[in-house]
Design a protein around this ligand. Structure first.
Ligand SMILES: *[C@@H]1O[C@H](CO)[C@@H](O)[C@H](O)[C@H]1NC(C)=O
Ligand SMILES: *[C@@H]1O[C@H](CO)[C@@H](O)[C@H](O)[C@H]1NC(C)=O
Ligand SMILES: *[C@@H]1O[C@H](CO)[C@@H](O)[C@H](O)[C@H]1NC(C)=O
Length: 183
């Protein structure tokens, strides 16, 4: 073997070793980890009324207010997530994101939200939800499409039902059971 070929071979091996080392050390959680399953139970408080709503209308179509399903309305939310159903119950996170009325005949919301947790071992971790919410059905479900922190590479399902609803104000409290598979 020529000198040049030797040098190239050594360089090549050094690069490969570094790549392997990088994979093992930086993505340790992925290479070495096993998938875990986590179940979460909490309540979501969507307040559209009053002086400090947690859910505000940010857009609508010309005909939205005439539509029986408010088709075209888009809301931005920063809704508290609590341990129990009472608004004064312990805060465990916040649901931040958007929902919009995407159904013309039946109320069907498109939900794009991040659940950012602030409690205990989940503090700073998020779950990302993207799904359809036929809000008048007794029990609904939406996919978990990803996560960060404790919930890296999450996938899963959120099953939820309305716990309390005030038809006059539109305020709601929703009970959630979330099952996430993650690393
Ligand atoms: C969550 O983490 C933030 C930032 O690290 C910290 O300020 C806060 O006190 C933590 N909250 C809880 C409940 O541990
Ligand atoms: C959540 O799970 C608990 C325990 O299994 C159950 O009692 C409750 O009805 C469930 N709620 C929802 C919204 O699925
Ligand atoms: C709904 O909200 C209205 C207006 O704040 C209030 O008068 C009414 O008592 C509430 N109904 C329920 C069931 O909480």
């Amino acid at each position: 073997m020529g000198k040049v070929a030797m040098v190239l071979l050594v360089l090549y091996l050094v690069v490969v070793m570094q790549l392997i080392h990088g994979l093992v050390s930086e993505d340790n959680w992925l290479e070495m980890g096993k998938e875990k399953v986590t179940h979460l139970h909490f309540y979501f408080h969507d307040t559209v009324s009053g002086k400090t709503p947690s859910s505000v209308r940010v857009a609508q179509a010309v005909g939205s207010d005439k539509s029986p399903t408010l088709f075209g309305v888009v809301m931005m939310v920063d809704d508290p997530l609590t341990e129990g159903p009472e608004p004064s119950s312990k805060l465990v996170g916040r649901a931040q994101g958007l929902y919009g009325s995407a159904g013309q005949e039946e109320l069907g919301l498109i939900i794009a939200m991040n659940f950012g947790f602030t409690d205990g071992m989940y503090n700073g971790s998020t779950l990302c939800i993207l799904g359809r919410n036929p809000a008048l059905h007794p029990v609904r479900e939406m996919p978990i499409v990803g996560g960060t922190g404790f919930f890296r590479l999450a996938r899963g399902i959120a099953i939820f039902k309305t716990y309390w609803y005030n038809a006059t104000t539109g305020d709601a409290i929703v009970e959630y059971n979330v099952t996430a598979i993650h690393y």
